[in-house]
Design a protein around this ligand. Structure first.
Ligand SMILES: Nc1nc2c(ncn2[C@@H]2O[C@H](COP(=O)(O)OP(=O)(O)OP(=O)(O)O)[C@@H](O)[C@H]2O)c(=O)[nH]1
Length: 381
């Protein structure tokens, strides 16, 4: 299965939420009583969009309404189109061509519609600021026109992809051996799983990988890494429970160097309850590994759990203060209604998003593709 298909299938809750929200938003207007929303200011705004459009005279021929037409006028034109659309010719019906004449429901892009759109986006955890910016961009050039769900989804996917494009960068691979990747993030965000997946994928790509189980406070995390290591055929260096993670990182880097390994992945603890301790622990790991290689760590990956929604934003803020975060991995995009938080993250911090996780298996981690993500997020086929 392609990763896009998997992403689209598994991001069902986000896509459902946005997709259904957009359909409801368009349908709302289609179901509204004729002319109900046609206020003076709206007509004026619509006229502003298309100053050359004569405001009152309906078109003589039954053609589709020009998009910038005031609402009442547009509806009038639509009514004239309907009888044609409802009666496809015999040949058309025989060969299934009749369906093409069925008009898609459309909604006027006005203030009320844009407000509803903003709400739909906020519900997916895109955040207020980003939702407002995206909505404003959607409005540009479309205000006063009538838009279908399909067009709205395409426009939205385009906007999301545009925001995400600059941050979509795979984990950079340097000629430096071993390349040291420090992996940070709160407990349960998916650090261990991500390290396991990365190790397996790099190993499968022919790289030699070493893992350091630096969360020495959680025996379960160490065991989990050992399982991943066995599965991937990658050595996992461990230390006794409660011992100094910096000392383990030092040993691991020395060993990785001696082995001529390509990549050293260092897991870390994620206890944010005591931020000061964690800060000191991470700073010490960095200090100590720099005794072996002054340029290490070459990447500091922050692993974020998509299901935490807006909380991911504050985690980035905190971890940027305690570690020199160079890139993000977003896990658990499967089964969350909060996938929009990735857009907020990109918009707010501009940190590279290296990979996304959509499940617990090795191949459920893939480089971040902005267009696939945007399409999956808005439920576009
Ligand atoms: N559905 C889903 N589950 C995931 C994904 N990534 C990780 N998980 C699960 O999330 C849970 C926590 O993942 P861990 O990798 O243990 O997280 P951690 O950050 O290492 O947590 P600690 O070991 O407590 O520090 C596990 O049950 C994983 O299987 C993902 O992309 N999708």
């Amino acid at each position: 299965m392609s990763f896009f298909k998997k992403l689209r299938d598994r991001m069902f809750r986000s896509s459902d939420k946005i997709g259904e929200g957009l359909e409801a938003l368009v349908a709302e207007d289609a179901a509204a009583p004729e002319g109900a929303e046609t206020g003076a200011s709206e007509a004026a705004r619509a006229a502003e969009v298309a100053p050359a459009q004569p405001p009152a005279a309906p078109p003589a021929a039954p053609v589709s309404p020009p998009p910038a037409m005031p609402q009442a006028q547009a509806r009038e034109a639509e009514r004239k189109v309907e009888p044609e659309a409802a009666k496809p010719g015999l040949l058309g019906r025989l060969f299934g061509g009749g369906g093409a004449a069925v008009e898609e429901p459309r909604r006027l892009v006005d203030d009320a519609m844009l407000e509803s759109l903003e709400e739909v986006l906020i519900q997916t955890d895109m955040g207020v600021e980003t939702s407002m910016r995206v909505t404003a961009n959607i409005a540009e050039g479309r205000f006063g026109k009538r838009i279908s769900t399909r067009e709205l989804k395409a426009a939205l996917a385009g906007e999301v992809a545009r925001i995400m494009e600059p941050v979509a960068r795979p984990l950079p691979i340097y000629p430096k051996r071993p390349q040291v990747v420090l992996v940070v993030g709160v407990n349960g965000s998916g650090k261990t799983t991500t390290i396991g997946k990365l190790a397996s994928q790099f190993k499968a790509a022919g790289k030699s990988v070493v893992i350091a189980a630096g969360d020495t406070f959680r025996a379960a995390a160490v065991e989990q890494l050992q399982v991943w290591g066995q599965r991937a055929g990658v050595p996992v260096l461990t230390a006794p429970e409660g011992s100094d993670p910096a000392s383990l990182a030092f040993d691991a880097l020395t060993q990785a160097q001696a082995q001529g390994a390509d990549l050293l992945l260092i897991d870390t603890a994620g206890r944010l309850q005591n931020r000061q301790d964690l800060m000191e622990e991470l700073a010490k790991i960095v200090r100590v590994i720099r005794k072996v290689d002054a340029t290490a760590p070459h990447n500091t990956l922050l692993v974020l759990d998509a299901t935490t929604g807006q909380n991911a934003l504050s985690q980035v803020e905190i971890f940027r203060k305690i570690a020199d975060v160079t890139g993000l991995v977003m896990t658990k995009l499967d089964g969350t209604a909060k996938g929009g938080v990735l857009v907020a993250l990109a918009d707010r911090f501009g940190l590279p998003i290296h990979a996304i996780g959509v499940g617990e298996q090795i191949d459920d981690l893939a480089p971040f593709d902005p267009e696939d993500f945007a399409k999956a997020l808005v439920g576009q086929e």
